[in-house]
Ligand binder design. Structure first.
Ligand SMILES: *[C@@H]1O[C@H](CO)[C@@H](O)[C@H](O)[C@H]1NC(C)=O
Ligand SMILES: *[C@@H]1O[C@H](CO)[C@@H](O)[C@H](O)[C@H]1NC(C)=O
Ligand SMILES: *[C@@H]1O[C@H](CO)[C@@H](O)[C@H](O)[C@H]1NC(C)=O
Ligand SMILES: *[C@@H]1O[C@H](CO)[C@@H](O)[C@H](O)[C@H]1NC(C)=O
Ligand SMILES: *[C@@H]1O[C@H](CO)[C@@H](O)[C@H](O)[C@H]1NC(C)=O
Length: 451
């Protein structure tokens, strides 16, 4: 839908009349029609049939249509999930009830940045991939009145510094602030919920704190205007952190599915993995003290010092375009923190069959309901990094092969990649699955009922 289509009804009185009507009759007529629509659609789908049975067998449910109160119960969700497993091919039906409206923002907020091809392929590109996947997905609605969620597509990671080539996110706050100003002045939906049913992607270092240095990110915090919203972010820790302090879904960093496919096609997967422990990337020999912090908490430096001459460890400090082919050849792939705890290495390792060794205390990993992290990865405490040799030998002697087998489950690997168009079970699908549990936040409360 484009913004013009929205403005037209906006500027006419009819729109507001319609809005008022919807509000006044929420509990009866509108509900009834929503319910009726829902009734019509579920007959197409087993999973909604199943959830219907659960709803209607609950003893607390009132008999009248309009007063039925059905909490989004765990039981019904479990049932939907079970049936979704059996009907995995049918995404449409699974998310049938949930609708997402995608704002059509002026191009300066998103598509203009795509003139640089890196914008849609580098490690922060989930903001682009999710937008594209949603645009073509069945949960998208062009009618904001029936939307449960509102997606605000602003690409903030695409401004690459001409000096070092890294994305500059200094402009992120003002760009998003301007987008929020734009949508809140044009349409009533932001003001209606104060943004709480609005979704943003913040796919860089410290999520919606928009700073690459943790002390600055913490000091600035999440901008006031985003604090009610739902943030899809790569940053996640299991302790209290100012950049975690909004409703959020932890997403994997972007790794191009095409590059993975190409790597897998070019390598012989049955070949012996001849590298025991692999790491390639920035490894400062003498990390600088930047306002009290050292890069990677000095973990990478420790690894370099302790294992740089160890034949079991294949450690390289420079960029190499054949990087993924090295991952395919490795048994263990080291994934130490950088400035932030998360890293694209974790995704690359899993999808290329190398056991990730996660060294980033407190990290929260993406989609734990789809990815059994404990079965496919190792977690080593930062302070234990000097024992890495012993730890890895021990795993290699015991359960390395069972981890490798488990990791080769296509469902696990799929959950970590963003495809366009979306595929059942892929990363965007997992985001939708997480949003599904947050339907209580939405203005259109439970579609099946009202309070
Ligand atoms: C891109 O980043 C640079 C450096 O941070 C900044 O000066 C410039 O304003 C940004 N460009 C835009 C269009 O925001
Ligand atoms: C939303 O609220 C802001 C600030 O109160 C106001 O300026 C704006 O006009 C409102 N938007 C709409 C569509 O009413
Ligand atoms: C790092 O620098 C800060 C000042 O920025 C200082 O207080 C601290 O002692 C330094 N730490 C180390 C280990 O050198
Ligand atoms: C590895 O083996 C140990 C001991 O047999 C077991 O406790 C652990 O759960 C296993 N880990 C994985 C990831 O299979
Ligand atoms: C560090 O390693 C030791 C043994 O190698 C182990 O007993 C301990 O639990 C580890 N600590 C953490 C925090 O993982």
């Amino acid at each position: 839908m484009n913004m013009l289509d929205c403005k037209r009804p906006m500027s006419s009185k009819g729109f507001y009349v319609k809005m008022r009507l919807l509000h006044n009759t929420r509990n009866d007529r509108n509900l009834f029609s929503r319910y009726f629509k829902w009734m019509l659609s579920f007959s197409l789908s087993f999973c909604f049939f199943a959830s219907f049975i659960v709803y209607h067998n609950k003893p607390t449910i009132a008999t009248s249509f309009s007063r039925t109160t059905v909490p989004h119960s765990k039981a019904s969700r479990a049932l939907i999930e079970v049936s979704a497993l059996h009907h995995h091919h049918n995404t449409q039906d699974f998310f049938k009830g949930m609708k997402i409206f995608i704002y059509d923002l002026p191009s300066k907020y998103n598509s203009v940045w795509l003139s640089n091809e890196r914008c849609s392929s580098h490690l922060f590109a989930a903001e682009v991939a999710i937008h594209r996947a949603l645009m073509h997905s069945h949960v998208r609605t062009i009618d904001p009145l029936e939307a449960d969620f509102f997606f605000v597509p602003v690409y903030v990671s695409c401004n690459f510094s001409t000096i070092n080539g890294f994305p500059a996110i200094g402009h992120a706050r003002s760009l998003i602030a301007s987008a929020v100003q734009h949508i809140s002045s044009q349409l009533p939906f932001w003001n209606r919920s104060l943004g709480s049913d609005h979704i943003f992607v913040a796919s860089h270092d410290f999520g919606s704190c928009f700073h690459t240095m943790e002390n600055m990110a913490k000091a600035d915090g999440i901008p006031e205007f985003l604090r009610n919203s739902i943030i899809l972010q790569t940053f996640g820790v299991d302790y209290r952190h100012p950049c975690n302090d909004a409703e959020h879904v932890v997403i994997p960093p972007y790794v191009s599915p095409e590059s993975i496919r190409t790597t897998l096609e070019m390598s012989s997967l049955n070949a012996r993995r001849d590298i025991f422990a692999f790491f390639r990337g920035k490894m400062e020999v003498h990390p600088k003290n930047i306002s009290g912090r050292f890069y990677s908490n000095r973990v990478r430096t420790m690894i370099w010092q302790k294992f740089g001459n160890d034949r079991r460890f294949y450690l390289k400090r420079h960029r190499f375009s054949g990087y993924q082919s090295e991952v395919v050849r490795s048994k263990f792939c080291l994934c130490p923190l950088g400035w932030a705890p998360w890293s694209p290495r974790i995704v690359e390792s899993v999808v290329l069959g190398c056991v990730p060794v996660i060294i980033a205390d407190g990290i929260q990993l993406a989609f734990p309901s789809a990815v059994p992290w404990a079965e496919i990865s190792l977690t080593v405490a930062e302070k234990n990094v000097s024992n890495l040799g012993k730890i890895l030998e021990n795993v290699a002697a015991t359960n390395l092969s069972s981890m490798q087998r488990r990791m080769w489950d296509p469902e696990i690997r799929k959950a970590l990649l963003f495809n366009v168009p979306m595929m059942n079970g892929d990363a965007t699908w997992q985001v939708l699955d997480s949003l599904f549990t947050k339907l209580y936040r939405t203005h259109n409360k439970p579609r099946v009922s009202s309070q």
